[in-house]
Design a protein around this ligand. Structure first.
Ligand SMILES: [Cu+2]
Length: 243
């Protein structure tokens, strides 16, 4: 092989390795889910934030992972992310559309609603036909009843919200199968789900607050804590508080 040919081969091989390293760094380590910005739609010291849980993530290359979605207030579309931004010192009125089925909590402590205004979440269950009346709930016993699917917890603010689930076997066997479970697919939007609402107030100073689910819902992973439980954009995320 001539010298120029050897140099060319070496350079190409080197660039291939560099490309591989860059791909791994961006794809597996550095990739951050998009941030849904609610700050422009806050008014009178309040803002409404809408999340969704789903039994699968058919919009990504992890179709069998459970996940959250967040509704983009500017488009009305559910975005596959767990990162959102809200203003400081503001009442956040959260709605979670809970489209997944029930899983028991590993620790009954996480069945207590904490850190919300009034210490409760309001729960309505859609059974596929009708909604039950919204009822305030402060404690769930996820072993006695099929009642909780995931949790929405911000440990840095003392917030823990067990996300209520559809209760019956029939409902849990009729869950949505394509995510996000939204109105552009009417049969999915009408799958059994919970509607959970609660409010809390963001701190007066800004900051980044990690939030996550505490149900070990990473099916197929050690103790259920891998996969979606440890991956930003699925069962853990960030609330960015803008001062
Ligand atoms: Cu979960």
């Amino acid at each position: 092989m001539s010298l120029p040919a050897r140099v060319t081969t070496l350079v190409i091989a080197f660039l291939a390795v560099v490309a591989g390293v860059v791909y791994v760094a961006l794809h597996y380590i550095g990739s951050q889910p998009p941030v849904v910005d609610y700050t422009p739609v806050a008014s009178n010291g309040q803002v409404s934030v809408t999340l969704m849980t789903a039994p699968q993530t058919t919009v990504t290359d992890k179709p069998d992972w459970v996940t959250y979605f967040i509704k983009d207030p500017s488009t009305g579309q559910f975005v596959h992310t767990t990162y959102f931004e809200v203003p400081a010192d503001t009442r956040i009125n959260v709605t979670i559309l809970g489209y997944d089925g029930c899983t028991p909590l590993r620790n009954p402590l996480w069945g207590h609603v904490t850190g919300t205004i009034g210490g409760v979440e309001n729960v309505s269950i859609f059974n596929g036909k009708t909604y039950s009346p919204a009822t305030p709930v402060s404690t769930f016993d996820s072993y006695a009843n099929c009642s909780v699917q995931h949790t929405f917890a911000i440990p840095g603010l003392g917030i823990n919200v067990p996300v209520a689930s559809p209760n019956t076997v029939a409902e849990n066997n009729a869950l949505c199968t394509t995510s996000p479970c939204v109105a552009n697919n009417a049969s999915e939007a009408l799958a059994p789900h919970s509607v959970v609402t609660f409010s809390f107030v963001t701190p007066k100073t800004g900051g980044t607050f990690r939030w996550q689910c505490f149900i070990p819902c990473g099916g197929g992973y050690l103790d259920g804590n891998g996969g979606p439980m440890g991956t930003p954009g699925y069962m853990m995320g960030q609330m960015e508080v803008q001062a």
